[in-house]
Design a protein around this ligand. Structure first.
Ligand SMILES: O=C(O)/C=C/C(=O)CC(=O)C(=O)O
Length: 269
């Protein structure tokens, strides 16, 4: 096993560090210790590439530098919003600052009067790559995540009418609620998963990843021609039909059947 290229002080050094009050060094050690503890508890591997330590996925929401999202990747969803099916993947970027995890509410952004839920399968990238051939694309995946692509639909409609970007509609704080990391080996066929979403106990979205227009290998390969994909980046693969509005006080519950589920409360910012 390659050497972990990171500062690991001995317990003697640690005591000396604490004594001398070198808090910065202590923080490095503590960070390492907590990371190890985290991995031990989630059974997730530490992935070591090119002499650098890179954590294989479990902390993608802290470490990832971009979220590349795919729009209109399900025919029925494209149709429900009156859109044509795209010939090439329709891409947009959400910032990592949009991530939230269970326990933190989704905040309706200021001025938004139509916040929509969109449930999606997210793909977590495990290693850096550009111009990735389609037949090697799945080697770049470390795992998956259940994600919501919360969308300020009214902002988006105005942006579409004016030919403006979707950044405000898609990238605001709390617009990307995510589940825990799901290691790759827990999902044998990512193209045969049932995605579901309820609002206040009422079924809203039911779909299967079998209906994706562009498959994961195609998306990874296509995206990597334009954006270098890096470890812990996430690709959101589009939402099935049934998107709709939520208001303050609503509770969104969503899942990938048999694998994961979570819930988020919606609040006005
Ligand atoms: O074209 C529209 O009006 C809206 C498209 C979306 O928001 C698409 C998605 O984000 C998606 O399909 O997942």
């Amino acid at each position: 096993m390659p050497k972990i290229n990171r500062y690991i002080p001995s317990s003697k050094t640690l005591l000396a560090v604490i004594k001398k009050g070198k808090q910065a060094d202590f923080k490095i050690w503590l960070d390492f210790f907590l990371t190890r503890l985290y991995f031990a508890s989630t059974n997730t591997a530490i992935d070591i590439m090119s002499g650098n330590t890179a954590i294989a996925g479990a902390r993608f929401f802290d470490l990832g530098r971009k979220i590349v999202a795919v729009g209109r990747n399900y025919r029925e969803h494209a149709a429900e919003l009156g859109n044509q099916v795209p010939e090439k993947p329709l891409l947009f970027i959400k910032p990592p600052s949009s991530y939230i995890r269970e326990g933190t509410p989704i905040k309706i952004p200021k001025g938004c009067s139509s916040l929509h839920h969109e449930v999606e399968l997210g793909v977590v990238i495990g290693q850096r790559g550009s111009d990735i051939p389609e037949d090697q694309a799945m080697n770049y995946v470390s795992g998956y995540v259940l994600a919501l692509d919360m969308t300020a639909r009214d902002f988006q409609s105005v942006a579409k009418a004016k030919g403006h970007p979707w950044t405000m509609a898609k990238g605001f704080d709390t617009s990307c609620p995510v589940s825990d990391f799901i290691p790759k080996d827990k999902i044998l066929d990512p193209h045969n998963l049932e995605l579901w979403l309820d609002v206040n106990g009422v079924s809203k979205q039911r779909g299967t990843t079998q209906d994706m227009i562009f498959t994961l290998p195609y998306l990874i390969s296509y995206i990597s021609e334009y954006f270098t994909l890096e470890a812990n980046d996430v690709i959101l693969t589009g939402t099935p039909a049934g998107v709709g509005p939520v208001v303050s006080g609503d509770v969104i519950k969503a899942g990938i059947r048999d694998i994961v589920e979570y819930s988020f409360r919606v609040e006005q910012k």
